[in-house]
Design a protein. Structure first.
Length: 237
């Protein structure tokens, strides 16, 4: 039995008309990148494929034109923690669908990725037919969920998914500023690091707190911590 596509994804479907032609794969395992590229060319008809082994490389590529039609993202990258990579990608290119392909495929991880704005979630061990179904669904403007996934609105992942959904509202610059806040930087230091006016930083901080629904920088940091991988990992013996 094949998994079925779910509800519409939160991005304009016009970009996907006629299928995807150009993809960016973000994964730090070269052999998997090569295998995935061959799979996407075969099952999704994607002719042009770029790769990046870390988030910063991917973001730099997304500053260039032409943009890819779809980003394929591994959640576990060397330069990000938790779902930060997905949130920052969505902030940088909100109209671009992001397909998460990850070995971390329990229901909590899937729900958190979808809350952060992923258009699809495909476990790394999936068969080619699953990749075909996922990319067909996303190209048609629909969200794709793996077989057997059932959202649990009353489960313990509720707070995490809510936190990720709020983080996904931030712009790229706001995400950068929030990252620096988490590192303990003051407004003056953030202004220097980003080469912007301190008043601009203050305006962004106000907007960040409004979008996150918090009253202080400490509460904003707690939202980021709530969205981390740590809460998804099994307890260590």
């Amino acid at each position: 039995m094949q998994p079925k596509p779910d509800s519409p994804v939160p991005f304009p479907p016009g970009r996907a008309k006629g299928g995807f032609r150009h993809a960016l794969i973000v994964d730090d395992h070269p052999l998997f990148c090569d295998a995935l590229a061959m799979t996407l060319k075969s099952v999704a008809g994607i002719a042009a494929i770029d790769t990046a082994d870390r988030l910063e490389t991917a973001l730099a590529r997304l500053d260039l034109v032409p943009l890819p039609d779809v980003v394929v993202l591994d959640l576990d990258l060397p330069d990000v923690t938790g779902f930060d990579g997905l949130v920052r990608l969505r902030s940088a290119v909100p109209d671009l669908p992001v397909v998460v392909v990850s070995s971390m495929a329990d229901h909590r991880a899937i729900g958190a990725a979808l809350a952060a704005g992923a258009a699809a979630f495909v476990p790394k061990h999936s068969r080619r037919e699953v990749f075909r179904a996922a990319f067909d669904a996303v190209a048609a403007g629909r969200r794709y969920l793996p077989e057997g996934y059932v959202p649990d609105p009353g489960g313990p992942g509720n707070r995490r998914e809510a936190a990720l959904a709020r983080l996904a509202l931030l712009t790229r610059q706001q995400s950068r500023i929030l990252q620096l806040i988490c590192e303990g930087r003051l407004n003056k230091q953030i202004a220097f690091d980003l080469s912007i006016a301190e008043t601009t930083v203050k305006a962004h901080v106000t907007a960040i707190m409004r979008k996150l629904g918090v009253q202080s920088r400490t509460q904003a940091v707690l939202i980021v911590q709530e969205a981390s991988f740590a809460a998804l990992m099994p307890d260590q013996a």
